[in-house]
Design a binder for this molecule. Structure first.
Ligand code: TYM
Length: 348
């Protein structure tokens, strides 16, 4: 069962394997975040590799966040991580703003990355929209801070969904340019880990659009806070075409909605798309959707219930984040000090 964790070969063989990833506390968590990121994070933790997971609150404020809503979303995301199986004894779990090394290294990377590189970032173009003049400077420099998140720990592997691929390529470019400019082999060239059946979970209303917390239609996504009835209803109402499922994976090519539901099923069941097709190929959606709904409810309802339970004790969540931040600072500080030294900053 469960697809075993595959750690691609590191491009930084001289660095010990270390996993880092982050999620923005900017609204609720979706099934996309869960299957594309959190579920993979837990698998990596369970495989025994060193894992560091972050609630990237400083990234969140690159677009406006109400302060109280940000505080709540930060705790809720931490609760989501914990409810999904992150164990703060085995993984470091913290929020970014409690570790100043991220911002400090981020500034240095602002001076390494080139305007032209950032101008090519599709996420900036999407988020800034037509009105680039009104976008925050932070939104533009966002990928430099993301590079700092990763490189402040000399992380070698970064599990993410497909939409973060371009940002990770930029992280690599920053590491390479820094090393070249200063004539050092200091920062590792990181390896994106974009694997599994659900690296791009699509909207339940439109199989060509990514499932996203910012979609105006709540029916387009499953939220990690949805209860069992809501999850089942959203799966039953998911848009599909009138044909039954094809017999083989090739038949999913021009059928984005069908492909999305099969991918979700595969990721939830821990199997491959080929296995799902072998078992369910040829079934009408009226048969397949209830099976998918059962699977989604069985996996997500306990997580949602545990998140709600954890949210009753915010002080405990804050304690876990503070403890994780203290451990993260111990790892990041010597790397930051060495970076300042390489750059030529005088330190007393
Ligand atoms: P964010 O907060 O938008 O999303 C968090 C993670 O969820 C994945 N994801 C998806 N995967 C599959 N299907 C979807 N529909 C879907 N939607 C979201 C994302 O790919 C991501 O892995 N820039 C990052 C946060 C970040 C970060 C980092 C990540 C900041 N620093 C350092 C890795 C390492 C972001 O905005 O993710």
């Amino acid at each position: 069962m469960g697809d075993t964790v595959h750690m691609p070969d590191s491009r930084a063989p001289d660095f010990p394997q270390r996993v880092f990833s982050g999620i923005q506390p900017s609204g609720g968590l979706t099934l996309g975040n869960y299957l594309g990121a959190i579920k993979r994070f837990v698998e990596m933790q369970d495989s025994g590799v060193e894992t560091i997971y972050c609630v990237v609150d400083m990234h969140a404020i690159t677009v406006w966040q109400e302060p109280d809503a940000l505080r709540r979303a930060t705790r809720e995301l931490a609760a989501g991580y914990l409810a999904a199986g992150l164990d703060p004894a085995r993984s470091i779990l913290f929020n970014q703003s409690q570790v100043p090394a991220h911002a400090e290294l981020g500034w240095i990377f602002n001076c390494v990355a080139r305007m032209g590189w950032l101008n090519r970032m599709t996420q900036f173009k999407d988020k800034a929209g037509k009105n680039r003049e009104k976008a925050s400077v932070g939104l533009f420099a966002y990928p430099n801070l993301m590079a700092a998140d990763i490189l402040a720990y000399h992380a070698t592997h970064v599990p993410v969904g497909e939409d973060q691929k371009q940002h990770l390529e930029l992280t690599r470019d920053i590491a390479i340019k820094f090393n070249n400019d200063y004539g050092v082999e200091f920062f590792p060239v990181v390896e994106p880990v974009i694997e599994g059946a659900a690296t791009r979970v699509m909207s339940l209303r439109d199989g060509t659009k990514k499932m996203s917390k910012s979609d105006p239609s709540d029916m387009s996504r499953i939220n990690l806070t949805d209860d069992a009835d809501t999850i089942a209803r959203k799966v039953r109402k998911a848009k599909t075409d009138p044909e039954p499922l094809p017999e083989a994976p090739g038949g999913l090519e021009a059928r984005p909605e069908a492909r999305n539901l099969v991918n979700i099923y595969a990721a939830l069941s821990g199997g491959s798309v080929a296995q799902v097709m072998a078992e369910h190929g040829g079934k009408p959606f009226s048969e397949f959707k209830p099976l998918l709904a059962d699977l989604a409810v069985a996996e997500l309802a306990p997580i949602s219930a545990e998140m709600a339970r954890l949210m009753h004790d915010p002080a405990e969540i804050d304690r876990i984040l503070a403890d994780g931040a203290a451990r993260a600072r111990v790892l990041a500080q010597p790397i930051l000090e060495r970076t300042f030294d390489i750059v030529g900053m005088v330190r007393g």
